[in-house]
Design a protein around this ligand. Structure first.
Ligand SMILES: *[C@@H]1O[C@H](CO)[C@@H](O)[C@H](O)[C@H]1NC(C)=O
Ligand SMILES: *[C@@H]1O[C@H](CO)[C@@H](O)[C@H](O)[C@H]1NC(C)=O
Ligand SMILES: *[C@@H]1O[C@H](CO)[C@@H](O)[C@H](O)[C@H]1NC(C)=O
Ligand SMILES: *[C@@H]1O[C@H](CO)[C@@H](O)[C@H](O)[C@H]1NC(C)=O
Ligand SMILES: *[C@@H]1O[C@H](CO)[C@@H](O)[C@H](O)[C@H]1NC(C)=O
Ligand SMILES: *[C@@H]1O[C@H](CO)[C@@H](O)[C@H](O)[C@H]1NC(C)=O
Length: 332
């Protein structure tokens, strides 16, 4: 990697902290009486949940505590849900999401899903290859987990914990909703972001692996096809459109440039000449007075002229596109 293209390898740290607004339709403000109930009765259950979550916030939460938390969650949502007014409905949604998050962790659903996705990418067994569990849209994914329910549950039975199985047996429909229903504006909830991250880990790992390989490699024939890998990550994360999709697209653009081996090879060559034999570059009129490589990368016409002089014509075939990407990366 030369100093010219190195800035393109910014690391991916997408994910993802947008918190969706609760979807509240036309509820009235709460009356004083409703406020009293929700501050009294409902907060008793909330306190119990808070107490339990603080007491058991590590791995290996005993099943008895998990069940108590589930019970508290149920009481909270039905208590707030029973009051037909705005504040209370907001609270219901808020706690529903907190509870989803706590339960997916405590019932070891997250680690189970991680295993399932890994198995699909590594083995793609006869049953899981029949359904499109890694589909790109919520709708298709919902179809896969609906028609492929018994395939998925078989996997859970054989490869996940007792408690993950018990959650799936009793709450499969709810799990499906969390997994595949976007909230109103297509914004993902935090728990959906977590699940999306789990489902995209395999493709992200693949891409990071390729990036590392590329940045360590001196061999320009190594063909990682980073832009294809990046596109897979973009497709995988797209259902949560709240994610930084502009950032992903820009990143994928960078990889298109890195995949243009002739261009990269040429910038590498110019970088080397600049380091070892600076005078040679002063033969270019436009280079007079430009003594750092950074100045060269700020002058499009000059860059083009030097590349024309030093490299094969093939290095210039995507010059305008590449320049745009490069300029963009270097100016940040
Ligand atoms: C979602 O849409 C509602 C109105 O439909 C809006 O008030 C809210 O701010 C939006 N949330 C986000 C995160 O864009
Ligand atoms: C669970 O709840 C029961 C009944 O309220 C209580 O007796 C028990 O101590 C609780 N267990 C835990 C681990 O919180
Ligand atoms: C699994 O196999 C099916 C068909 O054999 C294929 O369509 C699908 O893309 C594969 N899935 C993954 C994640 O490799
Ligand atoms: C999951 O269970 C199946 C049997 O249904 C087994 O063939 C497979 O190897 C297991 N996968 C993992 C990752 O343990
Ligand atoms: C990289 O992947 C893209 C998209 O799959 C494909 O069009 C392109 O031909 C691949 N390039 C190389 C060099 O393999
Ligand atoms: C890269 O440049 C070297 C000479 O500097 C050349 O031998 C090699 O074939 C080039 N590789 C590509 C992919 O253009």
């Amino acid at each position: 990697m030369t100093e010219i293209v190195r800035p393109l390898l910014i690391f991916i740290c997408l994910f993802i902290n947008t918190i969706a607004e609760p979807s509240i339709s036309n509820f009235q403000e709460c009356s004083p009486k409703e406020i009293v109930i929700s501050h009294g009765k409902c907060s008793l259950y909330v306190n119990e949940l808070i107490f339990l979550s603080e007491e058991y916030n590590k791995e290996d939460v005993p099943m008895e505590a998990v069940n108590n938390m589930s019970r508290a969650c149920q009481s909270i949502t039905s208590c707030f849900g029973g009051l037909q007014c705005l504040e209370s409905q907001k609270n219901k949604e808020l706690y529903q999401r907190k509870c989803d998050s706590v339960q997916l962790k405590n019932f070891e659903v997250e680690s189970c899903l991680t295993r399932f996705i890994k198995d699909i990418y590594e083995k793609n067994s006869s049953c899981s290859s029949k359904y499109d569990f890694t589909a790109k849209t919520f709708q298709q994914k919902r179809e896969a987990y609906t028609s492929g329910k018994s395939c998925f549950l078989d996997f859970v039975k054989n490869n996940c914990s007792e408690r993950a199985l018990s959650y799936m047996k009793s709450d499969y429909d709810h799990f499906l909703d969390i997994l595949t229903i976007p909230s109103e504006n297509g914004t993902c909830t935090p728990v959906q972001n977590t699940l999306t991250k789990i489902q995209c880990e395999a493709v992200m790992r693949e891409m990071q692996f390729k990036m590392i390989e590329l940045s360590l490699s001196r061999d320009e024939h190594v063909n990682q096809n980073l832009s294809a890998a990046c596109q897979e990550v973009a497709d995988c994360t797209r259902p949560c459109s709240s994610m930084d999709s502009e950032g992903i697209d820009k990143l994928c653009g960078n990889f298109e440039l890195l995949d243009d081996k002739e261009f990269v090879n040429c910038t590498e060559k110019i970088g080397t000449i600049h380091k070892e034999n600076k005078e040679k570059l002063s033969g270019y009129k436009c280079m007079s007075g430009l003594d750092s490589i950074e100045t060269l990368t700020k002058n499009k016409d000059c860059m083009k002229e030097v590349m024309k002089g030093e490299c094969d014509e093939s290095a210039l075939k995507n010059f305008d596109r590449n320049w745009k990407i490069l300029d963009n990366a270097l100016s940040h």
